[in-house]
Design a protein around this ligand. Structure first.
Ligand SMILES: Nc1ncnc2c1ncn2[C@@H]1O[C@H](COP(=O)(O)OP(=O)(O)OP(=O)(O)O)[C@@H](O)[C@H]1O
Length: 194
């Protein structure tokens, strides 16, 4: 596994620069937190890293083929249960393994409920556990703790630290406390100068 290296990335939307010659390195097997004010291009960068959006120019190297993401929206299979949402990404995972991940995020009792019936914070935790279970070498987390109370946030951060050990994790947050909870490196993104 190699570091993910971003060099001289540029991206504009309708003539407005969002990323202007942005460069960064994400250490392989480590956690890197990405902070920056709203609109500075964090999600755009993640989309380019995942190959969901083309850059205008610049290069990205080292992104592994097997990756998983928690997007800002949960993107769950609404009529599926929490357990089925997890099984969908790892069809060969045992019921015990899926149960273990759901228990880790405090959802043992909600495993059989359709996720559309769950609260926002519960749904967020399904999305997180699903990504952890699916993750290969890279896990991308775009504001994963949004909507979680302090106690739950700590428990989920602890789960993430234990279950993603050895993977490259890129986590977007607005909150210094979350950086402290997750550890790892910190990259502060600036908006392009006008
Ligand atoms: N597909 C798109 N078309 C046009 N403009 C876009 C598109 N995607 C993003 N933008 C614009 O690019 C800028 C950066 O958006 P982006 O979502 O990357 O910011 P962000 O740093 O992730 O913000 P936040 O912290 O609020 O999630 C914003 O001004 C946004 O409106």
């Amino acid at each position: 596994m190699e570091d993910i290296v971003v060099q001289g990335l540029c991206k504009s939307f309708d003539g407005t620069a969002v990323l202007q010659n942005f460069s960064a390195r994400f250490a392989a097997g480590r956690t890197t937190c990405l902070m920056g004010r709203s609109g500075c291009g964090k999600t755009t960068l993640l989309n380019i890293l995942m190959g969901l959006l083309p850059a205008d120019s610049g290069t990205v190297t080292g992104v592994p083929a097997r990756l998983a993401a928690v997007f800002q929206e949960d993107r769950l299979l609404e009529s599926f249960s929490a357990a089925s949402n997890l099984a969908f990404v790892r069809p060969r995972a045992s019921a015990a393994l899926i149960g273990e991940h759901l228990a880790e995020v405090g959802l043992a009792d909600a495993a059989r409920q359709p996720v559309r019936e769950l609260s926002g914070g519960m749904r967020r935790r399904v999305a997180i556990a699903r990504a952890v279970l699916a993750a290969g070498e890279l896990l991308i987390l775009d504001e994963p703790f949004k909507g979680l109370d302090e106690t739950t946030r700590r428990a989920v951060a602890d789960y993430l630290r234990r279950y993603t050990d050895g993977a490259t994790v890129i986590l977007v947050t607005h909150d210094e406390d979350e950086v402290a909870l997750m550890g790892g490196a910190l990259i502060r993104m600036e908006a392009p100068s006008a």
